[in-house]
Design a protein around this ligand. Structure first.
Ligand code: GDP
Ligand code: MG
Length: 306
């Protein structure tokens, strides 16, 4: 391994590579920011908290620079269910390992949960860059100034960057800024790679995203998706997936009047999976009940939460 590094040659002497964890309480726009930075969707997004359940890598490749972003489930205080404990573990493991922690907050907002995330980050002792996100919602922009000043007193941030992940505004300088804090190193991943996740995982997540958008506020946490069949067949992709819910009543909600909601979820999922893999897709969805899966460590493991 060392030998390989040495044989790369002097033109790569100043190449940098490292890990940047994107952290913050749920719903501040972490996954949206990651997708905006990469210019493609690697992590699903929804208006509901706790959409991101896993640690997902998004890899940005530039000349002599590879930034491995780690999208994390939001750190949250409620550890009542096994699912929530799993998500917090996934988030914490990522921050401790990162070269830089990108701490995302919502412009003009500071909650107890933000404070708790900050305390945790301070303990990690890594470089912290503060992202003041969603500035597209603030008029006039001068209203940000006192807030930015207040943020400077929270701790020693390496930088404070106002931006809008949704509008892709203010992102241009961010990779170069982060590069300063990354070690000199050749790329960890092949430079054409932009995520560590398999096609099957990404298809699973897209189905879950479409579900999340079409369901009521309470329901999404009790839902997960498991793909049972994922096969290339005569130039098309054949996918069979199960939507697991926790109660029979939830099953009826997911299916909807005359099966309309499930049909719509299937249609939207199929279109996006087709666009992502540039192949026709045949998708079949079933809804099944597994009681209290999100509170059972065993069920979580069975459903792929390591
Ligand atoms: P996460 O839970 O931190 O990963 O947040 P998401 O990326 O899933 O976004 C949560 C919600 O905030 C979604 O409805 C996004 O569309 C919205 N959002 C994210 N970034 C921005 C932004 O820059 N401006 C505005 N107005 N909304 C945003
Ligand atoms: Mg997210």
């Amino acid at each position: 391994m060392n030998q390989e590094v040495e044989s790369v040659g002097p033109e790569n002497a100043s190449s940098r590579c490292g890990f940047v964890a994107i952290v913050g309480r749920p719903n501040v726009g972490k996954s949206t920011l990651l997708n905006a930075l990469l210019g493609r969707k690697v992590s699903i997004v929804s208006p509901k908290p706790q959409t991101t359940r896993h640690r997902i890598l998004g890899i940005l490749n530039r000349d002599n620079l590879q930034i491995v972003f780690v999208d994390t489930p939001g750190l949250h205080s409620n550890e009542r269910r096994a699912m929530n404990r799993y998500m917090n573990r996934a988030a914490r493991a990522s921050l401790a390992d990162a070269d830089v922690n990108l701490f995302v907050v919502e412009a003009l907002t500071w909650t107890d949960e933000d404070q708790r995330v900050l305390e945790y980050l301070k303990n990690c002792g890594r470089t912290i860059v503060l992202i003041v996100n969603k500035v597209d919602t603030i008029y006039p922009k001068e209203r940000l100034l006192p807030y930015m000043l207040e943020m400077q007193h929270k701790t020693q941030f390496a930088a404070i960057v106002p931006l809008s992940g949704l509008k892709r505004d203010g992102l241009e300088q961010l990779p170069a800024l982060l590069a300063q804090y990354l070690p000199e190193s050749p790329p960890h991943f092949p430079v054409e790679q932009y995520t560590d996740r398999s096609e099957l995982f990404r298809a699973t997540e897209i189905i879950r995203e479409k579900l999340t958008w079409r369901l009521n506020q309470e329901l999404p946490y009790g839902i997960t998706v498991q793909i049972e069949r994922f096969e290339a067949q005569e130039g098309r992709l054949v996918i069979n997936a199960i939507i697991w819910v926790e109660r029979a009543g939830q099953k009826a909600i997911v299916i909807g009047q005359g099966g309309e909601r499930l049909k719509e979820i299937g249609r939207a999922s199929r279109l996006e999976i087709k666009a992502m893999f540039r192949k026709p897709v045949h998708l079949e969805l079933w809804v099944k009940v597994k009681e209290n899966w999100s509170d059972s460590e065993a069920a979580l493991r069975q459903l792929g939460f390591e």
